[in-house]
Unconditional design. Structure first.
Length: 278
């Protein structure tokens, strides 16, 4: 039985991936930050454990637990956990950017470093990082998230070159709009970090961002046009894990395919115009 450690399994993409891979015959270690979520996942038949990307000791403890339970074997890790802080970059405090990168980049980097030695010893492994359409084309009002995902793309591309010939394959999953609690979690981060009423762009918030966050999300019954369920990501994850010669990138949803094409073919000014009007 192949083994995988997945982060961010409390809901959405991570939870669906954990359940989907378990049903597909994998031994899944599903990690979350909150004890209550651990208990719920255990009730669903998953091997749940604590892992917080912002806590190095929890990363080390989680990897040690998995390797102890498997006799030192770990076939794959899926760096899925992430969050977003919406708002224009001029209104994002330095500590907010630090928190964004701690979870979306530095945590996956730390976990990757922790699992590579075991994968080197066994001569194989897959490191799958969950990026985003916003790691291909930047969108306004999503600057911290854009930056973290562009960085994750660069980190994964570098790892792919550096680990060539080891049997370890770093891979990117690139979803577009997926039906999860992501927007609800973004609201909590926005309310914590952004003092929009004191911003010189307060009217822009009223005209666009507040409606996008609070009224137009899937939780309000108005899903994005091209939105898919998290099972679409799980299907691509299984391919990334089981293809004999995995691709560097697996895209999910029409917007991601479109973003890859326009980034390659269109000049920057035209791309800027397209994303401003999206």
């Amino acid at each position: 039985m192949k083994t995988i450690l997945i982060t961010g399994c409390s809901s959405g993409i991570g939870r669906d991936a954990a359940l989907g891979l378990k049903a597909h015959g994998w031994r899944v270690f599903a990690s979350v930050r909150r004890p209550a979520d651990m208990a719920r996942l255990a009730d669903e038949g998953l091997e749940a454990l604590h892992l917080d990307y912002a806590d190095q000791s929890s990363i080390e403890a989680a990897v040690a637990h998995v390797l102890s339970a498997t006799g030192g074997r770990l076939d794959a890790v899926f760096n899925n956990g992430a969050f977003a802080i919406p708002g224009p970059l001029e209104d994002i405090p330095r500590d907010a950017m630090r928190a964004q990168f701690e979870v979306n980049l530095l945590g996956p980097h730390a976990l990757t470093r922790a699992v590579i030695p075991a994968m080197r010893r066994q001569g194989h492994g897959r490191i799958v990082n969950c990026s985003s359409v916003l790691g291909l084309v930047a969108a306004p009002w999503r600057g911290p998230y854009n930056a973290s995902k562009f960085a994750l793309e660069g980190m994964t591309d570098t790892l792919r070159v550096e680990l060539a010939g080891t049997g370890i394959h770093p891979i990117l999953i690139e979803p577009g709009p997926i039906r999860t609690d992501f927007r609800k979690n973004a609201i909590a981060a926005f309310e914590h970090w952004v003092d929009w009423e004191a911003s010189e762009r307060a009217q822009d918030y009223r005209d666009w961002l507040l409606d996008k966050l609070y009224k137009r999300g899937a939780s309000a019954g108005k899903p994005d046009r091209f939105e898919l369920g998290p099972e679409a990501v799980t299907a691509k994850l299984i391919r990334a894990l089981e293809d004999p010669r995995p691709k560097a990138r697996y895209m999910v949803t029409t917007p991601t395919y479109s973003a890859a094409v326009i980034r390659r073919l269109l000049p920057a000014r035209l791309i800027d115009r397209l994303v401003r009007n999206a």
